[in-house]
Write a protein that binds this ligand. Structure first.
Ligand code: SAM
Length: 298
C-alpha cells in the first residue's frame, strides 16, 4: 500500500532519499521523481511536493479514469512519467486547471488541488491532497528581464510567496551576501529600507534605488541589531551560517536564509536549522543544491 509520495526536484532525488531514510520513512519504489512510500506522510525539506493521501485507482479506460478522479474532486494536476498519450487523454476529460505564472507579489493559488499519475496504463495513483498549491511544486513567475541584475530574485519571490508575508514600506531589512543585488532589488521594490551587506559591490542600478544603503563588509563581522527582516544568501558553510542565524533570532522578526551545500548535503545542519523554534526548511522550486530557511519570531 502506498501511503505517501514525495516529489523531488529534478536532480535532487538523492538528498530526498537520504532525508527520508533518516526520518525512518521507507521508499518502496521510485516512479520518475516521485518516491512512493508505505509509511504515513512526514515533512521532507527536499520534497517539492508531498502527496499526503494517495490511493491506487483502477483505470481500465480513459473515461473511467477521468470519471474516477472527477468523482473525488474538481481540481487535479497530472504528473506524467510514462504513458504520456493516455495521460493526456485523461487530462482532456478533466475540468481545466489554469496554470498561470504568478505576477509577484500575487499570492499562491488558494484553490484545492490534488495530483495523479498513471502507474500503469490501467492503474492510477491519485492523491486528493498534497503539500504544494502548485502543479508538481513548480512555482512559476512572470519574469522581469529588465530590472534585476541576475536571476536570484526568483528565489526570493518564491520564498516570500511561500512565506505569505511581504514586508513593504516602513520595514527595515538587512540583506547579507547581497551582491550583485537581486534580493535587494526585490526588497527595495516592495518599499523596504534595505541595508545590503557584501564584500563585493552592488550593481549600480540597484545601489541607486530609493531605500537602499550599501555596506562593503563581511556578514559575519556584523554586530546584531534590531531589524524587521534578515535575509541571507551568503555563500558559507552551513554550520557557520547556523551560528549566524541563531545570533540574529534575538534581534529579527523574520529570517529568510539560503543554506548552500558544496559536495555532500549536510543533513545534520539542515536538521539543526529546522529545529530552531518558529523555523522551517524547504527546497524551493528555484533552489539549486541548497535549502531555504524561513523563520518567524514566536
Ligand atoms: C549567491 S551570491 C548572492 C546573490 C544575491 N542574493 C543576489 O540576489 O544578487 C553570494 C554572495 O555572498 C557574498 N559573500 C560571500 N561571503 C561573504 C561574507 N563573509 N560576507 C558578505 N558577503 C559574502 C559574495 O560576495 C556573493 O556576492
Amino acid at each position: 500500500m502506498i501511503r505517501a509520495a514525495y516529489l523531488a526536484a529534478e536532480g535532487f532525488e538523492a538528498p530526498l532519499a537520504t532525508e527520508l531514510t533518516r526520518r525512518g520513512v521507507a521508499i518502496g519504489t521510485w516512479h520518475g521523481r516521485l518516491a512512493l512510500s508505505p509509511d504515513p506522510p512526514v515533512h521532507a525539506a527536499w520534497a517539492l511536493d508531498i502527496w499526503t493521501d494517495p490511493r491506487e485507482v483502477a483505470a481500465p479506460s480513459v473515461k473511467s479514469a477521468a470519471d474516477a478522479l472527477r468523482a473525488i474532486q474538481r481540481n487535479w494536476a497530472a504528473y506524467s512519467v510514462e504513458h504520456h498519450r493516455r495521460s493526456a487523454l485523461i487530462l482532456d476529460r478533466l475540468p481545466p486547471v489554469k496554470v498561470r505564472p504568478l505576477v509577484f507579489p500575487q499570492p499562491a493559488p488558494a484553490s484545492h488541488l490534488g495530483a495523479w499519475t498513471l502507474l500503469a496504463p490501467d492503474r492510477m495513483l491519485a492523491s486528493p491532497t498534497k503539500s504544494s498549491p502548485f502543479v508538481n511544486g513548480a512555482c512559476q513567475f512572470h519574469e522581469d528581464h529588465i530590472g534585476p541584475p541576475n536571476r536570484a530574485y526568483l528565489k526570493l519571490w518564491e520564498a516570500l510567496t511561500r512565506f505569505g508575508r511581504y514586508r513593504g514600506p516602513g520595514s527595515t531589512c538587512l540583506d547579507l551576501g547581497a551582491a550583485p543585488g537581486g534580493w535587494t532589488w526585490v526588497l527595495a521594490q516592495l518599499g523596504a529600507q534595505v541595508t545590503a551587506i557584501d564584500k563585493a559591490p552592488l550593481d549600480p542600478r540597484v545601489a541607486a534605488m530609493p531605500g537602499v544603503t550599501q555596506r562593503l563588509d563581511s556578514a559575519f563581522a556584523l554586530a546584531s541589531e534590531p531589524v524587521d527582516c534578515l535575509f541571507s544568501d551568503v555563500i558559507a558553510y552551513p554550520d557557520r551560517l547556523l551560528a549566524l542565524v541563531r545570533r540574529w533570532t534575538d534581534c529579527a522578526k523574520h529570517i529568510v536564509c539560503t543554506i548552500k551545500f558544496q559536495g555532500e548535503t549536510d543533513h545534520d545542519a539542515a536538521d539543526a536549522f529546522a529545529a530552531i523554534p518558529g523555523g522551517r526548511v524547504i527546497h524551493l522550486f528555484h533552489n539549486k543544491h541548497e535549502l531555504t530557511f524561513l523563520w518567524t519570531a514566536c
